[in-house]
Design a protein around this ligand. Sequence first.
Ligand SMILES: Nc1ncnc2c1ncn2[C@@H]1O[C@H](COP(=O)(O)OP(=O)(O)OP(=O)(O)O)[C@@H](O)[C@H]1O
Length: 220
Amino acid sequence: MNLLRASGIRRTYGSLQVLKGIDLEVEKGEVVAIVGASGAGKSTFLHILGTLDRPDQGQVFIEDINVFTQKDKDLARFRNEKVGFIFQFHNLLAEFTALENACMPGYINGSMNEKDILARGKELLEMLGLGDRANHLPSQLSGGEQQRVAVARALLNKPSIVLADEPSGNLDSHNALELHQLFFKLRDDFGQTFVIVTHNEDLAAMADRRLVMQDGFMQS
Ligand SMILES: Nc1ncnc2c1ncn2[C@@H]1O[C@H](COP(=O)(O)OP(=O)(O)OP(=O)(O)O)[C@@H](O)[C@H]1O
């Protein structure tokens, strides 16, 4: 069974046809990289996969759920539980510690108690080598550490899939490589599934599949 299946995805902004009918199937535990020229529509497609944006046409199934048939409120809950996001700019909240930032999706979800959320957040920070940084504010962390906190946050609710948009775009080559290796370790150890939009050809070459987005279509 495919963990994620997108079919016939089309998206237009005004007269600009960005996505012209894209299909994608991703299996559990796969790391899929999407590359392509700037403006090709990679982020637009990733946002649709993550239900942050709706397509004009086409369907997305995650774990056999036809995601866009859900009402907005149910969709927000589904997104919080099933999809982890990592962006180029980590978007950590400046006034909260690393641990509080990592725990945020648990607090938003509301079904876990605070003790369990904190335990999960601590466990993730330890696993990502940030055990001794838990009480630091983002401004007290290096760029690589901040991005690892963002990874912990993406994983907090044990999502089915992690979607990453230029996750290492703001890191130097050493920190970028560490982050990329972390993705594969999470896949190997926990079967975590990733779809990653990237300009980094080293990362794309490491992925199970490297897909190219061009002129509104996906070429493999
Ligand atoms: N909200 C929007 N309104 C209008 N046009 C948009 C909007 N979002 C994206 N676009 C346009 O859609 C096209 C695809 O944008 P998108 O961000 O998906 O590309 P990308 O492949 O991710 O590019 P990059 O590699 O530079 O991040 C671009 O021409 C962009 O200007």
